[in-house]
Design a protein around this ligand. Structure first.
Ligand code: F6P
Length: 195
């Protein structure tokens, strides 16, 4: 069995300010997580010389991967966070106040709701298909450093969760979800590296 490690990027400046989307760098806590993650990965995967690190093309995942040395890194656009379109950079409160209809329709059907000029969860699930195919094909461990919505979809695929649940799955910051694919099925462990 070989592990797949799923994690969100370390806390970003936008996470601190409560803004969605964007392309900011890490907060101090986020930088600390990046170091702890590197430690964890080096210990956990040391014997597996063929492991690789996959990130999105956004700064916050690339910076989270940067303290990890000795493994190849690959950037995937398909691992970028859900595109919030016209709402990119806003807080949920701002969306609720300035675009109440949008806020309500997302609340009603978070899976199918598509941000104006952006994406829905269903769109994200669809664009992840090549990533999933490649993950299944890999024989070596993979560390996937990505974003909340994307990791909900990836996790749901491996943990066999129903489509409707995907937008609501808990994927906290600073936590590694380890998935083991063995002959007896999928096993899961969570490592919370910071509070
Ligand atoms: O707030 C962090 C974040 O990754 C945003 O960039 C993104 O829009 C959001 O989470 C996705 O979560 P939800 O679908 O619950 O809004």
């Amino acid at each position: 069995p070989r592990p797949i490690l799923l994690t969100r990027h370390g806390e970003s400046r936008d996470n601190v300010r409560g803004r969605i989307g964007g392309d900011t760098v890490l907060s101090e806590a986020g930088e600390l997580y990046a170091k702890k993650l590197a430690n964890f990965v080096e210990k956990r995967l040391k014997p597996e010389r063929t492991a690789s690190i996959w990130t999105s093309t956004l700064q916050r995942t690339i910076l989270t991967a940067s303290p990890i040395v000795g493994f190849p890194k690959i950037q995937w656009r398909a691992l970028d966070e859900i595109n919030a379109g016209v709402c990119d950079g806003m807080s949920y409160e701002e969306i609720k106040k300035n675009m109440p209809e949008e806020y309500e329709s997302r609340k009603k059907d978070k899976l199918r709701y598509r941000y104006p000029r952006g994406e829905s969860y269903l769109d994200v699930i669809q664009r992840l298909e090549p990533v999933i195919i490649e993950l299944e094909r890999q024989r070596a461990p993979v560390v996937v450093i990505s974003h909340q919505a994307v990791l909900r979809a990836l996790y749901a695929y491996f943990a066999d969760r129903p489509l409707m649940e995907i937008p609501h799955i808990e994927v906290p910051l600073h936590t590694i979800i380890e998935i083991q694919m063995g002959v007896t099925g999928v096993q899961e462990k969570r490592y919370k590296l910071m509070d």
